[in-house]
Design a protein around this ligand. Sequence first.
Ligand code: ADP
Length: 379
Amino acid sequence: MDVHKLIPTPKNKNLESMAFNRLTSLVNSMADGVIAVDKNIKVVLFNGAALNILDRNNLKEGDYLKDVLKPVDQNYHTVDIVKLVRDANAPTTNRDLRISYSDGSVSDLYLSIAPVHLGYNDAGRETGGYVLLLRDITAEKSLEEERDEFISVVSHELRTPITIAEGNISNAQLIFDKSGDMEKIKTALKAAHDQVLFLADMINDLATLSRAERGKLTVEVEPINVHDLVLELASNYLPEAMDHGLQIKTELDPKLEILSSSKLYVREIMQNLITNAIKYTPKGQITISAYQRHMNVEISVSDTGIGITKSDQERIFDKFFRSDDVRARAINGTGLGLYVTMKLAKLIGAEISFKSELNKGSTFSVIFPNMPPSSDSKE
Ligand code: ADP
C-alpha cells in the first residue's frame, strides 16, 4: 500500500516533486509502520506497514491518533497515547506496549516517538509534529520470555541435584571423620553419584536440544539389528530398574528385519522412553517390545506406573512440561525429555504415539520407517 499523499505533492517544482517521490518510496518500503502526526496529534502521513499493525485498511488525513492507535500496557490498562506523544520532547522508545485486536488477539508493540521541528510558518508559528515508528515484536518478546523461562528452569533443575550431591558428599566426609562406617559412606556416595549421573543426563538433553534447535543435527543412516538393540537396552537398564524394584521384560517379533535408520537417534529415543518408564513406575514392570509392521518397525515401552491424566496427555511433548502430579514432582526432571524425543523422531520420520491410564500405566510406541541410505534430515 502506498504512502497516502496527505502532504500535497509540490506543484510545478520538479526538484521538490522528485524529492517527495523519493521520500514516499522510502517510507513505503519500510518494514516498520510509520505514522506522522501534527502538533494536534492528528495523522498527516502513514505507510502500509502501519495499517497492517493497526489492522485497518485505511486512515485519513486529520484522523485523531487516539482514535486509531489505542495501545494498552502489560496489564491491559489503556495508555494515553496523546500524552505519550506530547511528552516526547526527545526521541523515545517503548517496548512494553500492546495492541488488542477485535478478534481477541494481542500483539506486542515497539513504539518509537520522535518530535519533528519544521521551522516556522508564514504566520510565525512553529510547525512540526511527531513521527511514530511501530513494529510488531510479538515473536521477539515470546523468544525473550522463552529464554528467561529456560534459564530459570535449567538453573533451578541444576541446583537441586547439586545441592543433594553436595549434601551427601559432606555427609560422607563427616561419617569418615567420626565413625568411619563404610556402609554409610557408601550409601552417601551412591546418592551423590546418582545425582551426578542425573546431571550428566540433563546436560546431554540440553546439548541435544540446542543442536536440534539450531538445525545442527545430521542423520547418519545405518543398518540396525533391532532385536539386538532391544536386548542391549534391556540389559543396560536392568540395574537401574532393579534399584527401583522393577523388572524389565522384552517381547521380540521373530520376523524382525534389519532397520535402516539412525542408530544414534533410535537408541536415544528409546532410552528417553525407558528412563521415563522407570522413573514414573513405583512398582511392577517395564516391557520393551519390537514388532515388524510391514516395511516399518514398531518399538514400544510399556510400564505399570502412575499413568498420565487426560489433560496432561495433551501437553507431555511440550517443552518444559512436567505434570503437577505429586508423584511425578517428587522425581527429578526438566520436562525436556519428551520434547527432545519428538524432535529426534521427526528428524528420522518416526511417529510416536502413546496410551496411558492414571494409576495403571503407560505405553509409548514408536514406528520407525526404513530410511534411504545417507538421507538428510527432514527438518
Ligand atoms: P521429565 O521426565 O524430565 O519431567 P519428560 O519430557 O520426559 O520430562 O516428560 C514430561 C512429563 O510427562 C513428565 O514430567 C511426566 O509427568 C510425564 N511422563 C512422561 N513419561 C511418563 C510415564 N512413562 N509415565 C507417567 N508419566 C510420564
